[in-house]
Design a protein around this ligand. Structure first.
Ligand SMILES: [Mn+2]
Length: 336
């Protein structure tokens, strides 16, 4: 009896499978042909040509499917890298759009110690994606400006000592995400002799796997201080222009082109963009009004109001120059 029932079940399953296969054949064929025709009718020409060629060749179709599968695998692998460090990738999540990010009461407790150690909420930083979106606060006129495609390449140099790993990596991700590929020569991370273990092998392995060939790591054997550390980074740089940044920054869309084009016009220029503020407790991005950077007689850096002729010109896209023009170092250096 039992074996008879098994045969019956198998027979039914077989029938279902055959019926499914026949249905599949009947449905698939006409759809493939119909969709090809439909594209001819409704899609614009270039797109239609592309799509009809695509449906005409099953081999091409299979190759494209295979490629997108491989792309998925590579993406998952790369994304897995940040997961292994307890970090997150992608444009959304907490703090997206530069909005203030928050922690649950239980998380707040855990965040206290690291906050005191780093001077910012590093625990919260780990919960914010390395790729989070941030607002584009540029004046409208700046967004409309067009720049030459032939601009010099930049080496971006980050200096750090015991900075939180998530904050350094967000600086790196953000630099890659917001600098046109053809303008970014390399990213150089200068570790001015940190003690933190996570900034040694884990940092180095991550950047080399995530951005192969793009990131160089320079390690100072003893604490050199900010300026000598920057010089070490500059020595390793091979780009035509060098840009120096703290390792706790996020780049905005279109930051590179105006900087590079002003240096292209005059290689002795030292350019400092107007820098928005990232709040240390919530990582909210706050707009910073246009201002010039200057120095007091004690050489303290200060924000100063742009000079009267800048205001009189009434064009917020104009550069602000508080110093005499054409004075600068002989090296092609952009100091930010
Ligand atoms: Mn800073």
């Amino acid at each position: 009896m039992a074996s008879l029932r098994r045969v019956k079940v198998l027979l039914v399953l077989n029938l279902i499978a055959v019926a499914g296969f026949v249905l599949f054949l009947a449905k698939c064929r006409p759809i493939a042909v119909r969709s090809g025709e439909a594209f001819h009718e409704i899609r614009p020409r270039a797109e239609a040509a592309n799509l009809s060629a695509h449906s005409a060749s099953p081999i091409q179709d299979a190759v494209l499917k295979r490629l997108s599968l491989l792309e998925d695998i590579v993406y998952r692998q790369l994304n897995g890298l940040s997961k292994s460090l307890g970090l997150i990738e992608g444009y959304g999540g907490r703090g997206k759009g530069g909005l203030p990010a928050t922690l649950s009461p239980a998380e707040e407790e855990k965040a206290k110690g690291p906050h005191e150690k780093y001077g910012y909420n590093s625990y919260l930083s780990e919960k914010i994606s390395l790729d989070r979106s941030i607002p584009d606060y540029r004046p409208t006129k700046c967004k409309e400006l067009k720049y030459s495609k032939e601009l010099p390449q930049i080496s971006i140099i980050f200096i750090f000592v015991n900075e939180a790993l998530s904050v350094i990596l967000r600086s790196v991700h953000s630099a890659v995400n917001h600098t046109p590929t053809h303008l970014l020569k390399e990213i150089i991370l200068v570790d001015d002799n940190s003690d933190e273990e996570e900034l040694k092998a884990p940092l180095e392995e991550y950047v080399h796997k995530r951005y192969p060939g793009l990131v160089k790591v320079v390690r100072n054997q003893k604490r050199e201080g900010l300026i000598r550390a920057r010089i070490e980074g500059w020595k390793a740089a091979t780009g035509q222009v060098t840009g120096f940044f703290d390792a706790h920054v996020e780049f905005t869309a279109g930051w590179a082109e105006p900087v590079l084009s002003r240096i292209q016009e005059n290689r002795k220029r030292v350019i400092l963009p107007s820098i928005d503020n990232i709040k240390q407790d919530t990582f909210e991005v706050q707009r910073y009004e246009n201002s010039a950077h200057g120095y007091s007689w004690e050489l303290w850096c200060m924000y100063i109001s742009p000079p009267k002729d800048w205001w009189d010109a009434g064009d917020p896209s104009l550069p602000i120059s508080p110093a005499e023009k054409n004075k600068g170092s002989d090296k092609e250096t952009g100091e930010f």
